[in-house]
Every structure is written in C-alpha cells, then in structure tokens.
Design a protein around this ligand. Structure first.
Ligand code: PEP
Ligand code: MN
Length: 264
C-alpha cells in the first residue's frame, strides 16, 4: 500500500529533475541510436535549447533483425558521457544484457529497460539491485497488470525509482502506425499505481508527422513526461529515421506543447 505518488528525482549539475508529482513536464529527447560524436553533440545541444532536460540515445540497440545496425556499443556509451559533460543534460539509455549493466549505469542517470526486455526477469532483478532510476517500457503485448508486475520485480529487488513508459502496443492494424499508442493507460495507471508515467509517441506511432499531436494528447491526459526521438538528419538515421523529428521540428513541438502543459 502506497498512498503518495512516487517522485523520481534525478540529480544533475543544474539541480534535480523531478519526474512525477506536481513538477513540470519532463522531456527526454535524442536519437534512436548514438551514431557519431558530431551527431550526438549536435542533437544534445539542440534538444537542450528546446527545453529537454534528459538526453536519450542507444549504444546498444535491440533490433528486430540481426542484420540491422546493432549500435556502436561501448564507444557510443563514451559519447553519451561526453554529451552530458558538454551540455549538463541527464542521460537515459537502454541496457539489454546484465553483463553491460555496470558500465551503462556508470554513464546513465536513468537506466532504460526496452519493450523487448520488459519480462526479462533476471535483468529486472539486476536493475532493481542497483541505485540508478529505471525507465520501464511496456512490452508490445503486455497487459497493464503484467507491466506493473514487471515494475514490481524492480521494486522488490530494492530500487523504488521506477518510471513507466507507454510506447505503443501491438494491435491488428499496422498499416498507418507502427504501434497503437495506448493513451488510456496513463489515467488508468494513475488510478492504480503511485509510479510516474511517461509516453513515447515516437515508437508509439512510428511516424514523425504524428509525434507532436500524440505528445499534446499525452500531456493533456496526464503524462508526467515524454520521450521523443530527434535526429539531425532523419533520412540518414541508422535506425528509426521515419519517426525521428528534426531539431527544428522538435523546437516547434516543444513550443506548442508548452501552452498545453500550462493549461492542464
Ligand atoms: C528505444 O527507446 O530505443 C526502443 C528501442 O524502444 P522500445 O523498447 O520501446 O521499442
Ligand atoms: Mn528507436
């Protein structure tokens, strides 16, 4: 039993970033994968200017095909650390394997568990035993109870700082969107859990043209934050180009979101 909402506080050089509770909307933004030093530094600077406080980006990518780009690994992790030093942004990045956790948790301010690993219970236990906050993405076909029980693995292992991320689920129509963004999950979760909830409209829709409208809806329905993919040149992205906003598009989306965030 837990009557108060959990506020996950991420310490940074510019002061703590609070996710959940009554604080302002927190935006995590950046590329799908960390491709090069120039692109991660440029993206970091631009998303920070636009108002994001947390930089996302994957050195380790869980790709559906083994023949697709798998991420640059350790060298990209160092680039994320460099981007944090250069901008002061906090870092969220995905861990796929328990053997990489220690190195990732050294750089990450928030450790991400991707949709494909939501029910990787040995990984959940391990992230539960380390102190960095955990962003737990919903699996493609997970019910809300399965998702909350996955979160429970992390909490039960000793880590109280879990953020839930709705990123779209698999339904019958994949012609117009990559996934079906389950926005109703936000108020549902609000009514049954104390954990903060954010929304990822990039993976949720799979198409950049729908990211801003779904971000607005997510804010209006009560999300504590957003995760948005931004790439300096989406057409050349090594992964998820079609759903990445350009830095200019991200600027516009953040400006348009501000009025909604103030209104709700
Ligand atoms: C990601 O955020 O980089 C990612 C792979 O997302 P998901 O696990 O939601 O597919
Ligand atoms: Mn992606």
């Amino acid at each position: 039993f837990h009557p108060e909402r959990t506020v996950v506080s991420v310490p940074t050089a510019d002061g703590p970033i609070d996710i959940g509770g009554e604080g302002p909307l927190v935006c995590m933004a950046g590329p799908c994968s960390v491709e090069s030093e120039a692109m991660i530094l440029e993206t970091a600077r631009r998303v920070k200017q636009a108002g994001a406080r947390i930089l996302r980006g994957g050195p380790y990518k869980p790709r559906t095909s083994p023949y697709d780009f798998q991420g640059h690994g350790e060298s990209a992790l160092e680039l994320l650390a460099a981007a944090r030093t250069a901008t002061g942004l906090a870092i969220v990045t995905e861990v796929m394997d328990t053997s990489d956790l220690e190195a990732i948790a050294e750089v990450a301010d928030i450790v991400q568990i991707g949709a494909r690993n939501m029910q990787n219970y040995s990984l959940l236990k391990k992230v539960g035993q380390q102190p960095k906050p955990v962003l737990l993405k919903r699996a493609f076909s997970a019910t809300i109870d399965e998702w909350l029980l996955a979160a429970e693995y992390i909490l039960a292992a000793g880590n109280p700082n879990v953020i839930l991320c709705e990123r779209g689920i698999r339904t019958f129509d994949r012609q117009y969107t990559r996934n079906t963004l389950d926005l109703a999950a936000v108020p549902v979760l609000r009514s049954i859990t104390h954990l903060p909830v954010i929304v990822d409209p990039s993976h949720g829709t799979g198409l950049s043209q729908f990211v801003e409208s779904c971000s607005k809806a997510a804010v209006a329905i009560g999300a504590d934050g957003l995760m948005i993919e931004v790439h300096p040149d989406p057409a050349r992205a090594l992964s998820d180009g079609p759903q990445c906003l350009t830095p200019d598009e991200f600027d516009a989306a953040m400006a348009n979101l501000a009025s909604i965030a103030l209104a709700v």
